[in-house]
Design a binder for this molecule. Sequence first.
Ligand code: ADP
Ligand code: MG
Length: 349
Amino acid sequence: KTALEIRGVQKRFKDFVALQHIDLHLYEGELLCFLGPSGCGKTTLLRLVAGLDEVDEGQIIKNGQDISRLKTEKRRCGIVFQNYALFPNLSISDNIAYGLQGKKWTKPLRQERVSELLSLIGLQGSELKYPLQLSGGQQQRVALARAIAPEPDILLLDEPLSALDARVRLHLRQEIRALQKRLNMPTILVTHDQEEALTLADRIVVMNHGVIEQVDTPEVIYNKPASQFVATFVGQMNLLPAKIQAEDWLYVADKVDVRLKLKHQFIPNTGVLVGFRPESARIVSDDSLVTQGIRLSTYLIAREFLGAKTRLHLSLDPSHAAITDLAERTIQIDVDHAATDFLSIDSQV
Ligand code: ADP
Ligand code: MG
């Protein structure tokens, strides 16, 4: 069942088209991630849903009702931004209670709701503290509680984790996921971090230049990217230029000829890109790798130790020995390190 539908939405800032004809569904209980590089229009789309900006064209439909022209307060969306945006001069409980306005929220009900939310985010006992007395992660939990407090229909999170330390971020990521599932609240989370989107989302919306490139589950986005942009933005992808020849591929990449039987029909003589992930290739001898049954002779350009694995940068052309822009010009493959032994770590018990 659809909680929110974005239908033919367009947004311009003067001559600049920030969003071109966006069509999208958010389903009940779903966590949808908007993923894309900085400036692709993620925040703009979220602001249109929240009513912080007006659409130029199209509709935003929530639970069957067109809310495109409603004021923010009437849209029943809970919002959290990157930079906490708590009121520094209000206590934690007053911050959380901020949106609890109107007849329904009598004083005892407000107090009850605040303590319920404080225990939900694990900050019982912090009622009388002020935002600056809390860590960044705690402040962001409070911002989340404040957004959820009035029981909104939809939760909107704009890069809620990107201002936090890596460790806190990983922890809060799992908390957001658990909380979202527990409340079963349809949620849109904006991020430019592909790992965050892959771990959190039920479905990912990959955006680029105001256009949706692909909408699907993390598994499909990673394993069956719909465009070159998606393939290279989500995870690492090696791309080799090739040319179709009859029903076979003929690689023309760096003078290498490799024939491969194709699963689909292509038009002969068209140029294509063949992609494979670093983890899908393996080294079969000192100087060649195999992926998808293709064997390529390669030259080692550089070696990066990444802890659990080592990434090799390889070239198909020996004259590339002095390449500097590794990501652009080389094939990357990952070699796993099989754990051979336990480490002994000095620690005081
Ligand atoms: P993202 O959140 O994906 O990084 P934004 O939605 O913030 O991107 O911005 C998308 C594009 O629209 C950017 O090029 C940005 O400069 C432009 N933009 C956003 N808001 C405004 C505005 N109020 N006036 C003019 N341009 C804007
Ligand atoms: Mg943004």
